[in-house]
Design a protein. Sequence first.
Length: 171
Amino acid sequence: MAKRVRWVAVACTGVVLGAASAHVLELPNKLAIDGPLWLAVQQNLYRGWGPFLAPFELVAIASAWLLAWMSRGSRRLFVPSAFAAACISVALLVFFAVIAPVNDSFAGWTAATLPSDWTAYRLRWELGHALHFALVLCAFVALLRTALLSQPFEVSPLEARSVSPPASRLA
């Protein structure tokens, strides 16, 4: 059961990470464009992202916390699981505290009503997404760590021969 929960957490966190990566990759170019173009991008390019991504982020959070709870008997699995759960949870808090208020502000703007301090909104939105990305990346890496740590250690036949005593000593 833990294996399934782990891979649900990894997969859902990976989807969120993909979207967060897109925001970070766009950041330098979006900081260089003028206000009306930036506003048009914001109001058109990201339409529909929330309804699509929100379920993945919520399942990532729930499955990461469930994984942490399920691995509480193993410190080496619990610590990265709990760390991942905390990171992805804080990432969602960053969205609601930093990014969502900016989304709400510019939803009603037009090129003609763009406020003079629009660059402060842009910077807050972009840096909020960069922080969100960093937290989701940390969560993803921690979940991958739990996946690697939970795998049984296997020795290849070639490695087994190099550590086995010579046959002449066994006879």
